[in-house]
Write a protein that binds this ligand. Structure first.
Ligand SMILES: Nc1ncnc2c1ncn2[C@@H]1O[C@H](COP(=O)(O)OP(=O)(O)OP(=O)(O)O)[C@@H](O)[C@H]1O
Ligand SMILES: [Mg+2]
Length: 202
């Protein structure tokens, strides 16, 4: 049962948007996806209630504490959305995840916040399972390219890019996902899903 956790120490960077898009792409590709919403804001749970699909399905968040009767099969993929604050409290997610997707936006304050994210991941020796996503990226913005260069230099590999597209917000608000109506969105999230599957196998 592969476990994927989405994390960042900053709020509003697109964790829930990307997790829901990944869930759609993965389930359409044949994976059995179980969503766990560990965020009191319940963004992903609310999104799922607008869809009410069997795949992805919404799982009881108590599953993280082992306090639920929900049975998970070996072929189920657990996708965990986390709250923004107190990354230190997400250590259980870092521990149990086969792959941690860290999400950041190309802003000045975001750059400061990823230092904290990276520190906690390093502390738990979880670097090998991290996939970094630079979200809301605009190719024509010089500052965004500076951030991309900076992150690439720092980690020795380019982060995954998810571009700024208004459809991400519009579609998610209706229980849909940008990947269902926009080919470029589908392509970039599919590339991310493929990288996650490879990482699970590593
Ligand atoms: N690639 C994108 N292009 C355009 N808008 C985006 C993109 N990604 C996210 N957004 C918008 O950014 C806002 C924050 O997204 P989201 O709620 O997914 O972030 P989050 O990290 O889950 O937030 P929180 O920390 O509050 O849980 C939303 O309005 C969403 O529609
Ligand atoms: Mg969220």
């Amino acid at each position: 049962m592969p476990v994927i956790g989405v994390l960042s120490s900053k709020g509003g960077v697109g964790k829930s948007t990307i997790l829901s898009a990944l869930a759609v792409v993965a389930s359409k590709a044949g994976a059995l996806v179980r969503l766990v919403d560990a965020d009191p804001q319940q963004s992903v749970a609310t999104w799922w209630r607008l869809r009410k699909t069997e795949n992805p399905a919404l799982a009881d968040a108590n599953i993280l504490k082992g306090k639920t009767a929900t049975k998970l099969g070996p072929d189920d993929w657990l996708f965990i959305d986390t709250p923004n604050a107190q990354l230190a409290q997400q250590r259980n997610v870092i521990d149990m995840a086969d792959v941690i997707v860290t999400v950041m936006k190309p802003g000045a304050f975001d750059l400061a916040s990823i230092v904290e994210t990276e520190r906690i991941i390093r502390e738990q020796r979880a670097q090998r399972k991290v996939i970094r996503v630079l979200n809301d990226y605009e190719p024509k913005q010089p500052f965004h390219n500076e951030v991309l260069g900076h992150l690439t230099g720092q980690h020795g590999e380019r982060p995954f890019i998810v571009q700024h597209r208004a459809v991400y917000g519009a579609a998610t608000a209706t229980g849909s996902s940008a990947v269902e109506s926009n080919r470029q969105a589908r392509d970039e999230i599919t590339a991310l899903w493929e990288a996650i599957q490879l990482k699970v196998l590593q």
